[in-house]
Design a protein around this ligand. Structure first.
Ligand code: GTP
Length: 414
């Protein structure tokens, strides 16, 4: 009958949703293939006083001579009194996966007699990259968006073993809302193990005291225990005590990247010797996408909001009748998003109502079926008892008394 058919098909629908293979499990592969084809992009900035080993560390991190060996030039030119911004882009490939890596260097930072405003050209550069992205977003044709935003800023702290310098504090204070700050202790091989531990604590205390927000990896509920433990381990090493070296040294027949001293050898890639491995793991293996997402979703989004608000305040409605195009587009986008979420909510309600209706129907027919089943079972039980009784009588050889058979017949008819 039609209700039975309806029931059967609704069971099918529900089962397919829960158990059937639709194919969307392949989505990650699609994304993966597309990303591999497109390649990945990452832009990192290095900031720190001259000679702290920035170029060496970048070369060590990406295992390429991104920075050519330096000629013996004087570090700072007396006539140049500003921090420069230099960027090097390189396409690197590993197992067929392409990475377009851009490293932005800031020579001159902290090298002058007066370094009070050393942070300013760097902040300006970071913000102008946000502006360039904002400008592209507001274009009609958004197909070819170029993302030159800085995804991470590795800040080199001199291994003094004391505390952060006013220059470090000022830089981080000015920049922390605009970029993912990753502080590192440069040339950590110049400190003893105990000195590193104490210095790290002092740096973290200073950072907390000045309410500086350094990069923190987010934790997700869906992360498995292993991932959470790994994240915790990485975060516990910040500020990373790093050692860089692009030269190989031989030890017990092995060739390792390191720095040799009269008292022994510091291996760059040995976690017992320094935190270089952890920094590389975070930047490249585990958090590259997170750093990009945080830059886009939080840092850039905040900048954009501030900028739009500032524009709104400057605008006096009695003077300017025209609408600000940036604001208008933003409003339109929000209205569109609202419309979409309203439609989605409506669809959800309809869907839920349908599911409930089907469920009620199913329940009803289930009850009917059950009642029928019960009835039939009872009739069968009765029949079985009577047959057994009959057999007993037959086996004992005694014919049934007329009263009894009458009674039987009576109960049978009943
Ligand atoms: P600028 O380009 O002037 O800003 O310098 P930089 O910060 O890029 O430093 P660079 O990598 O050129 O290194 C400066 C010197 O420090 C070189 O002689 C390196 O060999 C040395 N150096 C680099 N990393 C380390 C390190 O981790 N430990 C020690 N002890 N020396 C290092």
């Amino acid at each position: 009958d039609s209700s039975a058919n309806g029931t059967a098909s609704s069971i099918d629908v529900v089962r397919k949703k829960l158990l059937g293979y639709v194919g969307f499990a392949n989505l990650p592969n699609q994304v993966h293939r597309k990303s591999v084809k497109k390649g990945f992009e990452f832009t990192a900035m290095v900031v720190g006083e001259s000679g702290l080993g920035k170029s060496t560390l970048v070369n060590t991190l990406f295992n390429t001579a991104l920075y050519p060996p330096k000629e013996n030039t004087e570090p700072s030119n007396e006539t140049v009194q500003t921090v420069e911004i230099q960027s090097i882009t390189s396409d690197i490939e590993e197992n067929g996966v392409k990475l377009r890596l851009t490293v932005v260097d800031t020579p001159g930072f902290g090298d002058f007699v007066n370094n009070e405003e050393s942070w300013k050209p760097i902040l300006d550069d970071i913000e102008s990259r946000f502006d360039a992205y904002l400008e592209q977003e507001n274009r009609v044709n958004r197909r070819k968006m170029v993302d030159n935003r800085i995804h991470a800023c590795i800040y080199f702290i001199m291994a003094t073993g004391h505390a952060l310098k006013p220059l470090d504090i000022e830089f981080m204070r000015r920049l922390h809302t605009r970029v993912n700050l990753i502080p590192v202790i440069a040339k950590a091989d110049t400190l003893t193990e105990e000195e590193v531990v104490a210095f790290k604590q002092r740096i973290l205390a200073d950072i907390q005291h000045h309410k500086i927000q350094i990069y923190q990896a987010p934790t997700y509920e869906y992360d498995d225990e292993e991932t959470m433990a790994e994240n915790k381990e990485i975060m516990s090493k910040i500020p990373f005590a790093v050692v860089g070296s692009d030269k190989e040294v031989e030890i017990n027949g092995r060739r390792v990247r390191g720095r040799s001293y009269p008292w022994g050898l510091i291996e760059v890639d040995n976690e017992d010797h320094c935190d270089f491995v952890k920094l590389r793991q975070m930047l490249i293996r585990t958090h590259m996408e997170e750093l990009k997402e945080f830059t886009n979703n939080i840092l850039y989004e905040n900048y954009r909001t501030e900028k739009l608000q500032a524009m709104g305040i400057q605008q006096d409605p009695s003077v300017f009748k025209e609408v600000n195009p940036v604001q208008k587009m933003e409003e339109e986008r929000m209205a569109h998003e609202q419309k979409l979420s309203k439609m989605e909510a409506e669809m959800k309600t309809v869907f839920q109502a349908k599911v409930q209706e089907k469920e009620a129907k199913l329940k009803q027919s289930e009850e009917e079926l059950y009642a029928r089943h019960k009835e039939m079972k009872e009739a069968l039980d009765r029949q079985r008892l009577e047959l057994e009784e009959k057999r007993r009588r037959l086996e004992s050889g005694r014919p049934m008394t007329p009263e009894k058979s009458k009674k039987k017949g009576f109960s049978f008819n009943k």
